[in-house]
Design a protein around this ligand. Structure first.
Ligand code: SF4
Ligand SMILES: [Zn+2]
Length: 152
């Protein structure tokens, strides 16, 4: 599903962004059928996010994980709300702040943050890089998300 890049109420924060109105950022569903096709459309324009000062605001506005966004938002290529690629200097701090859950302070808590594509809370951070084996609960999506670039 391709999410909207405009907040229903209020002015889009990215109105003056370099990507504004570019159909290769919010990619219409009929233009692609596979993740490869989506990446082929988005990868050539991802560099534009590299110099954009609105990355965190862009993610806050589009809420790509929640809206299951497909396309380019906040320096990342998203498919169904999960990150496929990011600009080299993408920082975890650009993701939404963590929601504190009962599971915080455990691998399950870290997983929940990764699923929501949000920052890790301080208690979950130590569990964030634990890659579980085939018997673990980590799915392919989560392993992809574990490969997200981390803040230096
Ligand atoms: S971060 Fe990328 S998608 Fe978001 S406003 Fe900037 S250029 Fe556009
Ligand atoms: Zn946590």
């Amino acid at each position: 599903m391709t999410g909207t890049r405009i907040v229903p109420l209020g002015t889009p924060v990215t109105e003056h962004a370099p990507c504004w109105g570019d159909p290769d950022f919010a990619v219409a569903d009929h233009r692609w059928k596979s993740s490869e096709e989506l990446v082929a459309i988005c990868e050539p324009v991802l560099y534009v996010c590299g110099g954009c000062p609105h990355r965190a605001a862009c993610i806050r506005q589009v809420r790509p994980a929640k809206t299951r966004f497909d396309g380019v938002c906040g320096g990342r290529i998203w498919l169904n709300g999960a990150i496929l690629q990011a600009v080299p200097d993408a920082e975890v701090s650009e993701l939404p702040p963590p929601v504190i859950r009962k599971a915080c302070g455990s691998a399950a808590g870290a997983r929940a943050h990764r699923r929501a594509v949000e920052q890790q809370c301080a208690r979950c951070e130590p569990f964030n890089h634990v890659i579980e084996g085939p018997q673990g609960e980590a799915g392919e999506d989560e392993i992809q998300q574990l490969e997200l670039p981390c803040a230096p």
